[in-house]
Design a protein around this ligand. Structure first.
Ligand code: CP3
Length: 330
């Protein structure tokens, strides 16, 4: 049996049908808050490629916005937030109205759940507290994050307070997604890798443990995937502490380590380099072959090591799905 396959950022700018709806809505956040359009976009890659899972079309930064932080997306720059740099701003974050303010997102989940074929899973998600806090404190993306990293180094109470509030907000938000029809949850810790290894436990792993334990207490039937990007062999520490159902691997992960040390404890998910999906042809199919040889006996979910990039030819996604489904050991 081939493994299930879906792709991070499977709905997005590489699809002409996405760009058409995005042009209609004007900007990205308007799309996220318009259930009719967001339902359509979530389903686009399912209809085009027959993937095994749909992921809710939204963003990890709608949660801080629902906690009261200003957010906008600037063309060619990315997210811009009003940075949180003092105790007062941290304390002003309000977790009590998250579910109410994110009602349109839950309407999207319900709409997708109603239209999705039974054999396609619906994945809900949130960002991990460290990754979301990094944006909230830095105020923008770009991957530098000096201020949140300095706060992590000194054990700053502002970062601690933001983290605590994100844990509470994420649990409520994810439980609401589950109630609306999400069947699997993925937690994106895209910036776990920039934390020095010794700081990962306090700022990345422990908050995830708390979220997953609280989700499991209320929704034990829902599998949880944790994606700590670029943490190398620390992936094992994430598995041992959090005990997720699956761990997502980025393209730098060591496949032998994943097979021998991670797969005995959990399903692994990943990890084709998104650049190989842009390249296509044998560069891509050789990449599929390496991954399937190492991890294909399972438990395994095929994915990329990070999101689909806008330069990706849609035809390559169809070819990727076929090459995974037709793969045979040589
Ligand atoms: O995966 C999916 O198809 C579901 C939707 C989804 C988006 N973002 C849509 C999106 C998910 C799960 C995310 C998660 C997300 N958002 C992460 C974690 C995963 C990762 O990529 O590391 C992060 C860090 C964000 C924050 C974010 N959103 C940034 C930094 C940017 C700007 C960079 C970019 O790619 O434009 C976004 C915008 C964004 N999120 C787009 C999409 C489709 C592009 C929006 C557009 O311009 O139309």
């Amino acid at each position: 049996m081939p493994p299930p396959i879906w792709l991070m950022r499977q709905a997005g700018r590489y699809l002409p049908e996405y760009r058409a709806l995005r042009a209609k809505a004007g900007d990205f956040l308007s799309l996220c808050y318009d259930p009719a359009l967001a339902i359509e976009i979530t389903l686009q890659p399912i209809e085009r490629f027959g993937l095994d899972a749909a992921i809710l079309f939204s963003d990890i930064l709608v949660l801080p916005q629902a906690m009261g932080q200003d957010l906008r997306f600037e063309e060619n720059i990315g997210p811009l937030l009003e940075p949180i740099r003092d105790i007062e701003r941290m304390q002003a974050l309000d977790t009590t109205r998250v579910v109410e303010r994110l009602a349109p997102i839950m309407a999207t989940v319900r709409g997708v759940a109603a239209r999705l074929p039974d054999d396609v899973a619906l994945i809900g998600f949130a960002g991990a507290p460290w990754t979301v806090a990094a944006y909230m404190i830095e105020g923008r993306g770009g991957g530098r994050f000096e201020t949140p990293l300095a706060m992590a180094q000194r054990g700053d109470p502002i970062l601690a307070g933001v983290t605590e509030r994100l844990i509470d907000g994420s649990v409520d938000y994810l439980l609401a997604q589950i109630e609306a029809g999400a069947e699997v949850i993925q937690l994106f810790d895209s910036w776990a890798g920039i934390l020095p290894s010794g700081l990962r436990r306090r700022w990345s792993i422990e908050p995830l443990v708390e979220i997953v334990d609280r989700l499991r207490a209320k929704a034990p039937q829902v599998p949880v995937i944790v994606f700590p990007r670029n943490v190398g062999h620390d992936a094992l520490a994430y598995l041992e502490a959090i005990r997720p159902d699956a761990i997502g691997l980025d393209q730098s992960a060591d496949l032998d380590f994943a097979r021998m040390r991670l797969q005995p404890h959990a399903a692994v998910q990943g990890n084709l380099d998104p650049a190989l999906l842009v390249a296509g042809a044998t560069a891509m199919t050789d990449g599929v072959d390496r991954i399937m040889h190492a991890l294909g006996k399972g438990p395994f979910v095929f994915n990329l090591g990070h999101g689909v990039v806008p330069e990706t030819p849609p035809r390559h996604v169809a070819e990727l799905v076929a090459s995974v489904r037709n793969w045979r050991p040589q």
